[in-house]
Design a binder for this molecule. Structure first.
Ligand code: GA4
Length: 347
């Protein structure tokens, strides 16, 4: 059988750059500086020794895999992703599509327990896995936001983290499943290619071409709208970031780490010092990629303005004050790849 080899996307360059790695277990005194540098230069960094318990990650990953392994009709019981629920190939409401299926969840505990009934045959187990995961990643996000504030010399070091610990925080959890190419799946000898990582390991690289990637777009290029995104994925690559137009930097998979990135709101709050960088996800030819993204967001009514240390007479505010509700309205009215923050520039 002939397996289709990937055709490169024209006019695109792939560049090998290593993302900054922040070790939260040691050299803590250096962390604020290193995080600030990473957010200014890349808008992205990896966090290791992050303190999120392994069993919490594993439980969440297993629940996600079992959900996506269900027949479509059962997955649809979770309701359409409008904005919370199950979605397949359609992203947002403006006609964007990708080779991905996903589950979008509100992080509000009541909403999690309600929705779990439509998602899992064991709603309590699902809801407990999700709640523990959310609590742990929220804590990590707060720690990172406080280190950032410290590194930026902001006096009120919880000015950023407070927005996401607020009971009304609009944070969300997105579970993404990027299925492998059909051609490869036909060659897959395991009973199901949709298995947690440890079941797939023996197959690692067996059926893959050199980079393991096809050129199929799983999730098209975009910037994240929120404050901060914490992404954890299984051992399958696909994430790429673009700091320069037309140049893509692949992020190698590391299931032991979190990939953290700056969202539009944080770019606005740092008055443009931190960058919300475009990224996308490609599907893998042979293996299922599973990613879990926590989007740390402010409450709907929160005003987004930069703290006094960020905007000075020498560096006037680049953006006008806006509420997160206003920003969300703009984001849902635009396409995935559109630049929404530009609409909020101060005149
Ligand atoms: C991108 C980041 C998150 O995945 C997301 C996405 C959201 C959605 O899937 O509903 C959006 C997209 C994301 C930004 C523009 C709009 C809204 C799809 C889309 C076309 C959940 C989010 O918050 O913004």
């Amino acid at each position: 059988m002939v397996v289709a080899s990937p055709t490169p996307i024209p006019n695109e360059k792939i560049q090998a750059v290593e993302l900054p790695v922040i070790d939260l277990s040691s050299k803590r005194s250096e962390a604020p500086k290193l995080i600030v540098k990473a957010c200014e230069e890349y808008g992205f960094f990896m966090v290791i020794n992050h303190g999120v318990p392994q069993d919490i990650i594993e439980r969440m990953e297993e629940e996600s895999f079992s959900f996506f392994a269900k027949p479509v009709s059962e997955k649809q019981r979770a309701g359409p992703a409008n904005p919370f629920g199950y979605g397949c190939k359609n992203i947002g409401f403006k006609g964007d599509t990708g080779e991905v299926e996903y589950l979008l969840l509100n992080t509000n505990p009541l909403s999690i327990s309600q929705r779990s009934k439509t998602i899992s045959n064991d709603p309590e187990k699902f809801s407990s896995a999700v709640s523990s995961y959310i609590e742990a990643v929220r804590e990590l996000a707060c720690e990172i936001l406080e280190l950032m504030a410290e590194g930026l010399w902001i006096t009120d070091t919880s000015v950023l983290s407070r927005l996401i610990t607020d009971v009304d925080s609009d944070s969300l959890l997105r579970l993404n499943h990027y299925p492998p190419l059909k051609d490869c799946r036909d060659r897959d000898t395991s009973p199901s290619s949709l298995q947690p990582h440890h079941h797939q390991q023996q197959q690692h690289h067996q059926n893959c071409n050199s980079n393991g990637n096809s050129n199929k777009i799983g999730f098209g290029e975009h910037c994240d709208p929120q404050i901060l995104t914490l992404l954890r994925s299984n051992d399958v690559g696909g994430l790429q970031i673009s700091i320069e137009d037309g140049v893509w930097i692949p992020v190698p998979p590391d299931p032991t780490a979190f990939c953290v990135n700056v969202g539009d709101v944080l770019q606005a709050m740092t008055n443009g010092r931190f960058v919300s960088v475009r990224h996308r996800a490609l599907t893998n030819s042979c293996k299922s990629r599973l990613s879990m993204a926590y989007f740390a967001a402010p409450p709907l009514h929160a005003w987004i303005t930069s703290p006094p240390e960020m905007a000075t007479p020498h560096r006037p505010s680049l953006y006008r004050p806006f509420t997160w509700a206003e920003y969300k309205k703009a984001m849902y009215s635009l396409r995935l790849g559109d630049n929404r923050l530009e609409l909020f520039r101060a005149r």
